[in-house]
Design a protein around this ligand. Structure first.
Ligand code: HEM
Length: 237
């Protein structure tokens, strides 16, 4: 996993040279100065949709539940998107994808905080005692809180100055916490849906995360073995 591009919330490896016209075109597009602002605006669309829904009274019979659940869903989706960057980059040759990862990671944290705030405000009426009681009483909320807390140091150290201050190795080690976040997030979702005996969506996210984390394990453990055995065939991108 030391491919120099593990970081979910920060800078990744710089773009490599183009290998084909398709790869070069993709990299050129991703390096365009409009790419980040476009992603930024796109990432705000779910929030805009929820704000509009709340304003227009279009969030269904239970708007508080819709807000809490939708922000939870978007936290998980952004987590998956953040984790897909490195495998997609390796597979496609679009090295410039790395420059979008920090933004995706920060949006994961952003939606996670919104999700927590919706819960704290709409479910708990911003009553600190009630929030603490609920976190300690309901295991799935405790697990969700642990996932969010784990993201805090990642978001706080996602800037270039923090990378310089920590040094690349320590910074990368710290940012591996994103894998624990992913496991806790899926456990949180599973536990919440277990009460309703409804696992269909959980299974989809669990499969996606298993693929994304499994790919990293494969790279860490299978790839070095292949390097030691040059006769073997590498299937990696
Ligand atoms: C990385 C952090 C987190 C992620 C990825 C996450 C994700 C999710 C997801 C996917 C759902 C289910 C949405 C659905 O049913 O469609 C959910 C529900 C929920 N989460 Fe989180 N969550 C996180 C952190 C938290 C935290 C910190 C709290 C509160 C302290 C929390 C409280 C809740 C509550 C109350 C529900 C709704 C339960 C219900 O409606 O029955 N979550 N979360």
């Amino acid at each position: 996993m030391s491919d120099g591009s593990l970081n979910a919330f920060g800078r990744g490896a710089l773009p490599l040279g183009p290998r084909s016209p398709r790869v070069a075109a993709g990299n050129r597009w991703l390096m365009h100065r409009a790419a980040k602002p476009l992603l930024f605006v796109a990432a705000l669309l779910p929030l805009a949709w929820l704000v509009w829904g709340a304003y227009a009274d279009a969030l269904g019979a239970n708007p508080a539940e819709t807000l809490i659940r939708s922000t939870g869903d978007w936290t998980l989706r952004f987590l998956c998107l953040t984790l897909v960057v490195t495998p997609l980059r390796q597979w496609s040759g679009w090295q410039a994808l790395a420059r979008l990862r920090r933004l995706l990671g920060l949006f994961t944290f952003f939606y996670g905080v919104l999700h927590f705030l919706c819960f704290a405000w709409l479910d708990m009426g911003l009553n600190l005692q009630a929030i603490v009681r609920d976190i300690t009483k309901r295991p799935f909320i405790l697990v969700g809180s642990a996932a969010l807390l784990l993201m805090l140091p990642l978001a706080a150290t996602s800037f270039n100055a923090a990378i310089r201050w920590l040094g690349a190795k320590r910074w990368q080690a710290l940012h591996r916490a994103v894998y624990a976040t992913a496991l806790l997030a899926i456990l949180h979702f599973f536990w919440m849906r277990a009460g309703k005996n409804d696992f269909a969506e959980v299974a989809v996210y669990a499969a996606v995360l298993a693929l994304l984390l499994g790919w990293r394990l494969w790279r860490r453990f299978a790839k070095p073995a292949q390097r030691m055995n040059p006769g073997s065939h590498s299937a990696s991108g």
